[in-house]
Design a protein around this ligand. Sequence first.
Ligand SMILES: [Zn+2]
Length: 234
Amino acid sequence: MKNLLSATVLCFFLITTTTTLAQSPCKVGVQAPPVGFSSWAPGSEIKVYVFDNNFADNELPFLLSALDAWNAASPLTESKVRFQYKGTTAGQLYCENCLTIRRAPVFDKSNRHLATLRASSGTPNQTITWANITIDPLLTNARTLTNAVVHELGHSFGLLDCYSCIAHSTVMIKFKGLNVPNEMNAPSDCDLAQVKAIYQSLAQLKSKRSAKPLVVDEGEEPTDDDTPIVVPKP
Ligand SMILES: [Zn+2]
């Protein structure tokens, strides 16, 4: 059965380790977001569609720049995940490795969420099969649109919100207001370190599985013996 996850109710799997990049300490909850959401399968090509007439022509480049930012990060995170913009759609798509982006009311004053990500995963290691991003129609600032999509894509790489993180340390910080850009147009070093850790653990999981013997003799299933009993004549 598929598990439907919502980025708006993320409160599980808090990883409290500290990752260290070249000169940049990444303490979870300070500079680095916790992880625990589902993520795209390593190496997957994600087909991206935008709802018809949901975004103005001059908004689209700001939306697509968020995809470019994560594509540029792909070699650094070892995810090898890439987004490809495929055009518009009349409705939600549920195809494998499909991401649909639309507008609908989702703004939550309590946590200042301007957008949400919903993802469906149906495999044991929780890789995403399809996802959608919903942007609130009240979000009209083009730069904030980029920030919001970069943030939601961060969820799709396994990152959780980090409301305690300091400004400019991660794309997963809380927004200050509905149309206030947070200037996070691309994942930070600490975001990259966290995503890299996720994909390295996925790779370890895969190599452990493939280390099992290729041929396993499970024996024969027991079957009823239907050989006719021949009773010799006396
Ligand atoms: Zn979020």
